[in-house]
Design a protein around this ligand. Structure first.
Ligand code: UFG
Length: 332
């Protein structure tokens, strides 16, 4: 009864590892270490360096470790990069996921949990979105993920693979106990960027657009703490193991914060009044992205523990401060 976590050395995957360890699950991580860090995976967890697109490897990991469920986090996630390198994104996120799913089906895996994204909704006009809002992704990133959702839906029908699709909204924060956090360099995400500014790693930051049709003119997003997100996966697995059928679930709190509110929270938590410049809109940013989050609460009994912007920001900031000295790499 081992769970295979692809991308377990990455930001969200490593929080998943911590969550499952706390519940005494047996796990194995498969990660190509292109953006992950070995030091984010506790030493007691087996870590296989390799590619999800390498079917013989995946099948041997499944067999050797007695895997019977897969949580699939490994992916490329930078939306602007997907615009300039769409084929690279379709290879990594779509074609390799197809191979992983095939390996799962051939090995008789029952339960599969997939990291999808709010990007599948594109610029959905109506807010908040629900799982019934028609997908209309505008980036190759969003499309690369939506195609995997479709493959899983078809694989469920044809082969009986039980698949849960979790569409993440804006994931942020870090492990409350300081064991993991967002570590990749060249951050573009708002909370990470603001924490870098607060800790002097960059000289201030920019607000991309102040003329949106929102109360303070800046964009609104539904920020969800990474540990609450990890728990949503564990509850999904419990649900499926108990015979529940996989479905599509939005992972969101159901309310949003503006860019200005986030920056204010980071300044408050850090006590640093870093410089902020008001600049032009960033291409492709919808004014508001918020989901109701009702379905996941009702189906899984998911009750967030960190639904508080102040806590999310404080945890992200604490990680940012220790990142300079954190042991991100260990031999595997
Ligand atoms: N922003 C700034 N300044 C910055 C960084 C971001 O003003 O330095 C603004 C953005 O313009 C946006 C908001 O902060 O309005 C949030 O931006 P992020 O880059 O943090 O997140 P996005 O909402 O753009 O991206 C998220 C996920 C992606 C996902 C995308 C679309 O991180 O994985 O939503 O759903 F694909």
């Amino acid at each position: 009864m081992t769970i295979l976590i692809t991308g377990g050395a990455g930001y969200i995957g490593s929080h998943m590892v911590l969550d499952l360890l706390a519940t005494n699950e047996k796990i194995v991580v498969l990660d190509d270490l292109s953006t992950g860090f070995t030091g984010l995976v506790p030493a007691i967890v087996p870590l296989v360096k390799g590619d999800i697109g390498d079917k013989p490897l995946v099948k041997s990991v499944i067999e050797n470790y007695g895997v019977n469920a897969i949580m699939h986090f490994a992916a490329k996630i930078v939306v602007p990069d997907s615009m300039t390198d769409p084929l690279g994104y379709y290879l990594n996120n779509t074609a390799k996921a197809r191979t992983l799913i095939e390996a799962a089906v051939e090995s008789g895996i029952k339960n599969f949990i997939f990291s999808s994204t709010a990007a599948v909704y594109g610029e959905a006009g109506e807010m908040p979105v629900t799982e019934n809002t028609p997908p209309a992704p505008v980036s190759p990133y969003g499309r690369s993920k939506l195609m995997v959702e479709w493959m899983l839906e078809d694989a469920a029908r044809a082969y009986g693979l039980n698949a849960m699709v979790l569409r993440y909204f804006n994931v942020a924060g870090a492990d409350h106990a300081g064991r993991s956090g967002q570590s990749t360099p060249r951050a573009t995400h708002l909370i990470k960027t603001a924490c870098e500014a607060a800790t002097g790693k960059r000289n201030g930051m920019s607000v991309f657009g102040t003329d949106y049709d929102t109360p303070d003119g800046t964009c609104i997003r539904d920020y969800i703490h990474v540990s609450d997100l990890a728990r949503a996966h564990r509850l999904s697995l419990d649900f499926m193991r108990a015979g529940g059928k996989g479905t599509v679930l939005n992972c969101a709190y159901g309310h949003g914060s503006s860019v200005m509110e986030v920056i204010k929270a980071v300044k408050q938590a850090s006590g640093v009044d870093f410089p902020v410049s008001l600049t032009e809109r960033r291409a492709g940013d919808p004014p508001e992205v918020v989901a109701t989050g009702e379905k996941i609460r009702a189906l899984l009994g998911w009750a967030p523990a960190f639904d508080d912007l102040g806590v999310i920001v404080a945890d992200a900031l604490a990680w940012e401060k220790q990142l300079a000295t954190a042991a991100l790499n260990r031999p595997v």
